[in-house]
Design a protein around this ligand. Sequence first.
Ligand code: NAD
Length: 259
Amino acid sequence: MKLGAGISAVVTGGASGLGEAVVRRLSAEGAKVAIFDMNGQRGEILAGELGAVFCKVDVSSDESVAAGFARARKVNGQERILVNCAGIVTGVKTAARDRKSGEVKIFPMADFERVVQINLLGTFRCMAQSAAGMMDAEPLVDGERGVIVNTASVAAQDGQIGQAAYAASKAGVLGMTLPVARDFMTEGIRVNTILPGLFNTPMMASLPDAVREPLAAGVPFPRRLGDPAEYADLVAFMVSNRYINGEAVRLDGAIRLAP
Ligand code: NAD
């Protein structure tokens, strides 16, 4: 997909962190961007700054996502780019039994369902609704109608203590990448996934220092957290390189998380 030239794009979770960096990058490339996010305050400010459209969308709801696409398409036309960044992180460093007190802390089922509902089903929901629209659009170069980039996590492959729900949700995103790319192959829609390591976003800042600092120090090289603009670079590559499809790429400074 040639970036720029007024191409329409939707970025979920676009009000903050990795999604915000993608919104900034796609806007800078000339795309007409719609931000889907629950956070109306940040979303409106960013949209105002960049001349983007903000749609208050909860990716865990079919109706909310449908309303978002309807509004985005009315203003910007059928999106050709969907980048799924909306997500929540849970359960970092809570072992099933506290080693000191002996207290049992099994991750609650309701929380597990919520993580899967947002991170995994939310990604699929947005993909499915977006692809349904892309399929009816005129093909562009090479028969391409659209491109989707999803956000998993390195936790899909090496989740830490307490991350069963988060890791399962992200492993689901990783696992569906190739089959969904194959589902859409006759429609000219490419699907790729990025597995970010540790990026300097509000989500990362919300972790306790005692968790975040050793994590950052453990990045082999470069020895720092990732810059969200580096994430947006890979998104831009996956959008514009027409031969990358059904692929999942770790973007993590070679980190492998210890338990
Ligand atoms: P962030 O918290 O800064 O941004 C996430 C955005 O998603 C927020 O604006 C939030 O309002 C939005 N959101 C949450 N639930 C939503 C819902 N139900 N509907 C719509 N929007 C919703 O987080 P981030 O660090 O930018 O993370 C973005 C994605 O990258 C997430 O999927 C996260 O799991 C993944 N990730 C981040 C890191 C990291 O180091 N920051 C690492 C691995 C994976």
